[in-house]
Design a protein around this ligand. Structure first.
Ligand code: NAD
Ligand code: ZN
Length: 364
C-alpha cells in the first residue's frame, strides 16, 4: 500500500491501493467506530456496487450507516443540494462527533466537503475518490466548494478531510473519457513541477490506463506534489495558484459550454491555449507547444478544442470576470517556462482578453 501523510494542523493520511473498499473497516476504524456515518455518492457510483460494498464493509463497526444518492454531474454541486444535505443531516440528528463519507468523483467530494465544513460548524469527513481526477486532485488539499449560477466554485471553504482512501480498482469502471479527464490534471502536475512525470506519460508502449501497473505509483507522485504545494500554501496565497494552470480558461470553457465540456477537457483546453498565448508573446521555450500538443492528443484531451471558437467571446470572458483569480482589473495567469516548470504572470485583464481573442480567431 502507498501512503502519503498530509501534515496540516490535523494531519491525515492518503492511502492508495487495490481492494481498499472491501477492507474499509480496518482502514477507517479509528475514525468511525461507534459513530453514525452518512455515505454520500452519485447514481453511477452506486450502480457499480461501490456504495453497497462500502456499506457492507463498515456497517458492523459503526452505530449505523445512512446513504444519500444524488444524480451524477456538475449540476449537483448546487446551493439547493447543499441545503438539502444539511437538512438531511439535521433530520437524522447527526452530531459533531459523527462522520460523512464522500464516495465518488470531484463533484461529490466538493459538495460533501463544503457540507462537512459548515454543518454544526464542522463535522469530520472522509474522501473516497472514485475517479482518477478526484484521487490525484480534488480529494486532497481541503478546497471544498459549490457552484452558483454566476460561476463555478464561488462558495466554499478550506476544510481538510480526516482520511483519503483511494481504491485503484474503482477506476476500472471509469469510461475512457473520464479516465482521460483525470490525465489532464496529471499532465498539469507534470507541467508545473515534474518533467519526469511527463516523460513517464509520453514514453510508454500504451497510454496510461486503469490497468497500468504503474498507476498506483503515478497517483502517489501526484498526491505528493499536491501535498507539498498545499503544505507550503494551505490557503492559496501564492504557490498553490500554480495548481490553477489551465483553469482560468478551463472554467470559462466549462461554463460557456453549460458544463457539456468536462472539467478535465476544459483544463486541457485552457492549458494549450495558455501555452499558445505564452509562445506568441515570447514567454516560453520554443517548440514546447508542439510537444505539449502531442502529449495532450495522446490522451484525446484536445478533441473539444475546436468548440471554443463557437462560444460567444463575451460569455467566455464574463465567466473569467467571475473567476476568483481576477483582482482589480488584473489577472494572474500561469505560463509554462518549460516541461516541468511554470511561473505566475500578472497583466491587465484587457490585455489578456486581447491575446485570447487573437488566439481563438486562429483556431481551425
Ligand atoms: P465527477 O464527480 O462528475 O465524476 C465524473 C463522472 O464519473 C460522473 O458521471 C460520475 O458519476 C462518474 N464516476 C465516478 N466514479 C466512477 C467510477 N468509479 N466508475 C464509473 N463512473 C464513475 O467529476 P470529476 O472529474 O471526478 O471531478 C470534477 C469536479 O472536481 C469539478 O466539479 C471540479 O471543479 C472539482 N475539482 C475540485 C478540486 C478541489 O481542489 N476541490 C480540484 C479539481 C477538481
Ligand atoms: Zn482542476
Amino acid at each position: 500500500m502507498e501512503k502519503v501523510t498530509v501534515a496540516v494542523e490535523t494531519p491525515y493520511d492518503v492511502l492508495i491501493d487495490h481492494d481498499l473498499l472491501k477492507h474499509a473497516a480496518a482502514h477507517l476504524e479509528d475514525l468511525i467506530q461507534g459513530k453514525k456515518v452518512l455515505i454520500v455518492t452519485d447514481e453511477n457510483v452506486a450502480s457499480f456496487g461501490y456504495l453497497g460494498n462500502l456499506q457492507e464493509a463498515i456497517v458492523g463497526i459503526t452505530s449505523g450507516v445512512d446513504t444519500y444518492v444524488l444524480p451524477a454531474g456538475e449540476a449537483q454541486k448546487s446551493a439547493e443540494n447543499y441545503v438539502a444535505l444539511q437538512g438531511h443531516l439535521a433530520t437524522l440528528n447527526y452530531s459533531r462527533s459523527d462522520v460523512i463519507i464522500a464516495l465518488g468523483g470531484g463533484v461529490i467530494g466538493d459538495l460533501v466537503g463544503f457540507t462537512a465544513a459548515t454543518y454544526l460548524r464542522g463535522i469530520d469527513y472522509i474522501q473516497i475518490p472514485t475517479t482518477l481526477l478526484s484521487a490525484i486532485d480534488s480529494s486532497v488539499g481541503g478546497k471544498t466548494a459549490i457552484d452558483l449560477p454566476q460561476g463555478k466554485n464561488l462558495v466554499g471553504a478550506f476544510y481538510q478531510p480526516r482520511r483519503v482512501l483511494c481504491d485503484l480498482d474503482t477506476f476500472q469502471t471509469l469510461g475512457e473519457t473520464i479516465f482521460e479527464d483525470g490525465c489532464a490534471e496529471l499532465i498539469k502536475y507534470g507541467m508545473i513541477l515534474d518533467g519526469d512525470l511527463l516523460g513517464q506519460l509520453m514514453d510508454r508502449e500504451s497510454p496510461l490506463n486503469a490497468l497500468s501497473g504503474d498507476l498506483g505509483a503515478i497517483v502517489k507522485r501526484c498526491v505528493e506534489i499536491k501535498r507539498d504545494v498545499v503544505l507550503e500554501d494551505e490557503h492559496d496565497l501564492g504557490l498553490r495558484q500554480m495548481l490553477n494552470f489551465g483553469h482560468t480558461i478551463g472554467h470559462a470553457v466549462e461554463q460557456a459550454s453549460h458544463y457539456k465540456v468536462s472539467h478535465g477537457r476544459g483544463v486541457a483546453t485552457g492549458m494549450i491555449l495558455t501555452q499558445i498565448m505564452a509562445e506568441k508573446e515570447g514567454l516560453t521555450e520554443l517548440f514546447l507547444t508542439e510537444r505539449f500538443n502531442k502529449l495532450l492528443n495522446q490522451y484525446h484531451l484536445l478533441n473539444q478544442l475546436n468548440l471554443v471558437k463557437d462560444y460567444d467571446f463575451e460569455d467566455l470572458t464574463a465567466a473569467m470576470t467571475n473567476d476568483k483569480k481576477r483582482r482589480g482589473g488584473e489577472i494572474t495567469e500561469i505560463f509554462p517556462d518549460s516541461f516541468g516548470k511554470c511561473r505566475l504572470e500578472t497583466m491587465p485583464f484587457d490585455q489578456y482578453a486581447g491575446y485570447l481573442a487573437a488566439i481563438i480567431a486562429d483556431l481551425k
